[in-house]
Design a protein around this ligand. Sequence first.
Ligand code: CP
Length: 310
Amino acid sequence: MDNLSVEHLIGIRDLTKADIELIFKTADQFKDVINRPIKKVPSLRDVTIANLFFENSTRTRLSFELAEKRLSADVVNFSASSSSVSKGETLVDTVNNILSMKVDMVVMRHPNPGAAKFLSDRIDAKVVNAGDGTHEHPTQALLDAFTIREKLGTVEGKKVVIVGDILHSRVALSNILCLQKLGAEVMVCGPTTLIPNHIDKLGVKVSHNLRHALEWCDVANMLRIQLERQDIKYFPSLREYSMLFGLNKEILDSLSKEIVVMHPGPINRGVEITSDVADSKQAVILQQVENGVAIRMAVIYLLAGKIERQ
Ligand code: CP
């Protein structure tokens, strides 16, 4: 069987183009499975997976749990807010306690950049990064690129603009790396205060003008303003941000070509995107969520193939 070049999924940075293509090929098969009347395969009946969420999540958490159950794995869920972390237990102690219950794989979201790598260096189980602070969110980037491939036939040669709070976004970095590995051109667009210095060193174009960015692109990925990660004021008001960088139907309809509109969620309707755009036929936001299950099934299935079975 073909398999990944990595033992864990920590970030897109570690994946080769062949890894990403293998994940997509496997996800194509799982997408067929989840559209059947019986949406389940028995592949991982001998695998136990713990979902450890130290930060809030709706889509990623539900999507991983559903993916694991569709593969027939045993699943345990852990939420920091209702756990002994609040009594002072460390990350490694928490995880070691869970592993002593014979867990084979850990899916973890954590507020600290590098947390998934830290864990993978210290435990025997496979680790999947479900978002580590402002660092990476690899399965989001994979499902975003998979959705572009589905919608436009290929990612290679396409022009993708990522708009908004690039500075605090793990989705932005993972998307840039994934899209570039697949041969897309990437631009970032937003206020100067929300674009990291020297981001052009990653080989991306930079624009501070939304109309210019939208006229350039085939796909616009509109990111949420991450107020919960902002320690200072990066722009005068949400109203001003939305006037300069929010996507509304008037701008969308005035472009010289039809573009695809993406958003990783959760959406702040009326800030980065208006409701009529979010609900328009050009938006693929719910397709992204649907594809998230197939992509996560593929990642888990491929990593589980690397678990040593007795
Ligand atoms: N896109 C994403 O990561 O959403 P959640 O925070 O709801 O998981």
